[in-house]
Unconditional design. Structure first.
Length: 526
């Protein structure tokens, strides 16, 4: 097929009459959040179909059995049925050690093989729930990595190949004390000693003199001189985990013939990891994390290849992503955009990541991972923490709240007064005069009496009324969508909702025509 999408601006999916999702948006990584029954899987076929119609290659993880026929249906519907490859250990196999050695040789591949084995060990510990959350975990990881780093090159030098059974035998027959490396009887029965001797005296692929010297020094001095308990724990962890590849599904899928490689997706193949956890259990998590890690490394390195290997977009699709997340995802999401990779992860909630991430602070690890996605699709969810996270991402807006008040008041006053008054009085005066000269005399007298009374009465009344009305508004910063609305207002599909799922489509750095902001209400048919 020659008409695959190459341009970052190529339109892939219509979101509203005036808004499109293009390849550039897909390359910015998309995360779909919705609770159980929230329509996440049934609605996401719209996005999957957009990638398939663009003729992208891809990697699809499958934690549930039903995802296998689901993707078989998707590819058939969009004319991509012949592009689908089931990686299940029966139809196809991938010997990751042979793959790396053939691709890079010993000098280039040794480190990658060791990191792959460390991913296997980490995935096994997480799957079984034995991953430590203590600071000492770093010590054990470093010790295991160091032991493997001095195992893989020696085996490759001695035999020209490396296998899981040989790694196990090499570590289990390493010296258990400083006296053993010089003990003739031990040398004759030790598989490890025989391989070191072959790498020194008759190598199939010669090691550098310094690398061989370092390997001999590590096993004869540092490893042999370790405390017995420490040495035993390191060896037991390596051998117990890798022993899974000595038999069963993992042996068939990763230790036999190589019939499929990650680079096939660069040319349109859709690699479906048909190893569901409901059937494979812990082996499924180990297998899918291993292949996913190898695919991620191949994608990040594709820009060093010829143009024909890096023109086509690819996608990584992981439903129930929490089951397969690993520390390499953070780095991959930081860099994969330049490799034309569109990542889509789907999960229920942030706490599901907390439970799977491990480490000293799984919450911070989960938030760091979520921050790498430029687009978030939030469906119906009952998880308060995830809904709070969604509300914070959408941000706050200034809302104007109107207020109105009115009132009527009435007053009435009544009064009455009355009074009485009375006064009375009496007065008397008397006077007399006489004189000898003239022989005269006079006399006068008077008296009087007065009295009075009075009364008064009065009444007064009054009434008054008043009416007042006031209007105004206040402004406040509030969430654009309240956390509770993600559980209340979004449709979850099914007959009760007319088979329609709704979700909030958020994209950083964009303004949608339909909403005038960086999020919109998207509608999907199931």
């Amino acid at each position: 097929m020659a008409n695959f999408v190459k341009d970052l601006n190529a339109r892939l999916l219509r979101l509203s009459p005036g808004d499109w999702m293009d390849a550039r948006d897909g390359a910015g990584a998309i995360h779909w959040w919705a609770g159980i029954g929230g329509g996440k899987t049934s609605a996401s076929h719209v996005l999957a179909g957009a990638y398939l119609r663009a003729l992208m290659g891809g990697l699809v993880t499958a934690t549930k059995v039903e995802e296998i026929p689901l993707w078989q249906g998707y590819t058939q519907k969009h004319g991509r049925g012949r592009s689908l490859i089931l990686v299940d250990g029966v139809n196809e196999g991938f010997n990751f050690i042979d793959y790396e050695l053939a691709r890079q040789g010993m000098e280039g591949a040794a480190g990658t093989v060791v990191e792959c084995l460390m991913r296997v060990i980490d995935a096994a510990r997480r799957a079984s729930g034995t991953a430590s959350h203590r600071g000492g975990e770093v010590f054990w990881e470093d010790a295991m990595r160091e032991a493997l780093r001095y195992t893989v090159p020696v085996l490759y030098a001695a035999d020209g190949s490396v296998s899981i059974p040989d790694i196990i035998r090499f570590v289990t027959t390493a010296p258990a004390g400083l006296e053993q490396p010089t003990n003739r009887a031990w040398q004759e029965r030790s598989f490890m000693y025989g391989k070191l001797d072959a790498a020194l005296r008759g190598p199939k692929v010669p090691m550098s003199a310094q690398a061989l010297k370092n390997a001999i020094a590590f096993w004869s001095e540092r490893w042999a001189g370790m405390p017995e308990k420490t040495r035993g724990n390191v060896a037991a962890t390596i051998t117990a985990t890798l022993d899974r590849f000595n038999h069963g599904r993992l042996q068939r899928a990763f230790c036999g013939r190589t019939t499929v490689v990650p680079e096939l997706s660069f040319h349109g193949a859709i690699l479906l990891l048909a190893m569901p956890t409901t059937l494979w259990g812990e082996d499924a998590i180990i297998a899918q994390q291993l292949f996913k890690f190898m695919w991620q490394r191949a994608v990040l390195g594709r820009n060093s290849l010829e143009p024909k290997h890096r023109e086509r977009f690819v996608f990584a699709w992981s439903d129930e992503a929490q089951d397969l997340v690993n520390p390499a995802d953070y780095e991959f999401l930081s860099l994969c955009r330049s490799s034309k990779c569109c990542v889509c992860y789907l999960t229920q909630s942030l706490p599901t990541y907390y439970a799977k991430m491990g480490g000293d602070n799984p919450r911070d690890a989960a938030m760091a991972l979520a921050s790498k996605f430029m687009t978030h699709i939030f469906g119906s969810n009952s998880c308060p923490e995830t809904n709070e996270f969604a509300a914070r991402i959408l941000g706050k807006v200034v809302r104007r709240r109107g207020n109105y008040s009115s009132g009527v008041s009435e007053s009435v006053n009544l009064g009455m007064n009355s009074g009485n008054s009375e006064n009375s009085g009496y007065s008397t005066n008397y006077g007399a005069s006489s004189g000898s000269t003239f022989g005269q005399s006079s006399h006068n007298s008077s008296s009087g009496h007065n009295s009075g009374s009075g009364s008064n009465w009065g009444e007064n009344r009054g009434r008054g009324t008043s009416q007042n009305v006031s209007e105004g508004y206040s402004e406040s910063l509030e969430y654009a969508i309240e956390p509770g609305d993600f559980a209340r207002m979004l449709k979850t599909g099914g007959t009760r909702n007319g088979n329609e799922v709704t979700a909030i489509w958020f994209q950083a750095g964009r303004i949608f025509q339909a909403s005038g902001t960086n999020w919109l209400l998207a509608r999907f048919r199931q």
